[in-house]
Structures are given as C-alpha cells and as structure tokens.
Write a protein of this length. Structure first.
Length: 250
C-alpha cells in the first residue's frame, strides 16, 4: 500500500508539472538601433549626408541604452508594445509612437496598431507566418538555450535572424514576427542594424489587462495595403535621397 501511495503521489506530481509548463507570462526586451550603421548602408544618401548624420548621432550612439519593449504571451495570444512611457535609461525622452502588435494564434488573426507617416493605421488581417529557415546554431539568451532561424524581409530587403527557445513552446515573438516552435527571445535585423534582445522572462498567469488592446482611432487596412504603403514610401524617399526610416520602423 505504501508503494502504491508513493507511485500515485509521483504521478500526481508529474501531472502538476505538466500543467505548470512555462507557456504564459511577460518578457522584457531591449531594442537597440544602430543608426550610424543603418545610414551608411543607404546607398542613395550622399557622403555629405552620411557625414552630417555621423556627427549628429555620435554622442547619442555612444550613450544609447536602448528602448525597453514588453510582450505578454500565452499559447493562444500575445501583445507586444513599449514597456512604459517613462524616459529610457540614459535620460533620453521623447513621445513614443503608437505601437501595439496583437496576435491570436488560436484564431489565426492579428491586429497591429502602428503610428507612422503622420497617421495611425490599424492592420487587421489573418495571421501570416514568415518563411523561416531553421539553422543549427545555438546560444544562450536571457538564461535560455536558443536555436537560430532566418527569414527575409522582402519589403525592406534585409535578413532577419531570430533566436527562439524550444523550452518555451509558444509561437510568439517581438515586432511583427512569429511562427517558430518556441518563444523568440532575440531578433538580429540586417546583421546588427537593429537588435531586440530579451533581458528577462517572467512566468505568471496573464490577466485580461495584459492582452487588452487600447481603443484607437485609425485607418483600417490589411497586410497588402500596409506593405504597399511601406514599399511606396521607401521608393519615394530613395528618389528624394532621404532616409525613410525616420518615419517608418526599421
């Protein structure tokens, strides 16, 4: 009888562990934008423009601590946005544009509230998964062993490398990326132009407030219209020899 009770206790313990799988919580990221690298890649800018921007951003780049972002996640939903409206570490403060990226994996839907080009757009569409190529590299991010995966941004024409944790079996990720067999803890955009890295992962039950989208007025569009906006604006700015990424997210 004693052995039977021990076995029953072990089974109950294993069941509880399975139920408590780490699939729900909040991850905090730091997004760092290397504007000097980005500017130097833009072949349609003159050397004079690049030199002027280099002087403008030299001191700022040296002291940049990044921008904190957060993502609430569960196996069925996620919401990615700014961590807060408080000034970032280092003393830099500015009005943050509206950015709320919601994913519903169960219903295969998404709603993105994005402020750009002087307007707020609400991108409401089905959930599209990027074409990922999973690699064989591994590294540690925020205490988790992550695998690499790559995709191509065909609108901005650059490579994106993601690092995802299979130990957190949730298909969520920062920015507008998702669809890997594990939570994305790091994004490397265009070989270091922008780096979004998780600095902490807090597991806890989510509340409705964690996944609540703010009430927003804006122009409702779908993915195709959003991509056309980005593509057309980049083409216009290239013709005008101006940096398009002052007004749209890199």
């Amino acid at each position: 009888m004693k052995n039977l009770l021990l076995a029953l206790g072990l089974l109950l313990s294993l069941a509880a562990t399975a139920q408590d799988a780490k699939t729900e919580g909040v991850v905090t990221y730091v997004r760092k934008e290397r504007w000097l690298k980005i500017t130097n890649r833009l072949t349609f800018l003159s050397q004079e423009q690049k030199d002027r921007m280099s002087q403008t951003f030299k001191n700022w780049a040296e002291n940049d601590k990044g921008i904190k972002m957060k993502m609430s996640f569960s196996p069925t939903e996620s919401l990615y946005t700014y961590n807060s409206d408080e000034p970032e570490e280092g003393g830099y403060s500015w009005r943050k544009s509206d950015l709320f990226l919601y994913r519903n994996f169960a219903k295969e839907r998404k709603i993105d509230v994005i402020e750009m080009l002087g307007k707020t757009y609400i991108v409401d569409d089905s959930l599209h998964v990027p074409v990922w190529k999973i690699g064989n590299q591994i590294k540690e991010v925020a205490g988790y062993i992550c695998m690499s995966a790559e995709t191509q941004d065909t609108i901005r024409n650059y490579k994106v490398t993601a690092w995802f944790a299979q130990d957190i079996p949730v298909p969520a990720g920062p920015e507008r990326l998702n669809g890997l067999p594990g939570l994305i803890l790091e994004l490397d955009i265009n070989d270091g132009d922008v780096l979004i890295e998780a600095v902490s992962v807090q597991f806890r039950p989510l509340t409705p407030a964690d996944l609540k989208m703010p009430k927003q007025k804006g122009k409702k569009i779908d993915d195709a219209a959003y991509n056309k906006l980005i593509r057309d604006y980049i083409a216009e700015q290239m013709t005008a020899h101006q940096n398009p990424y002052w007004e749209i997210r890199y």
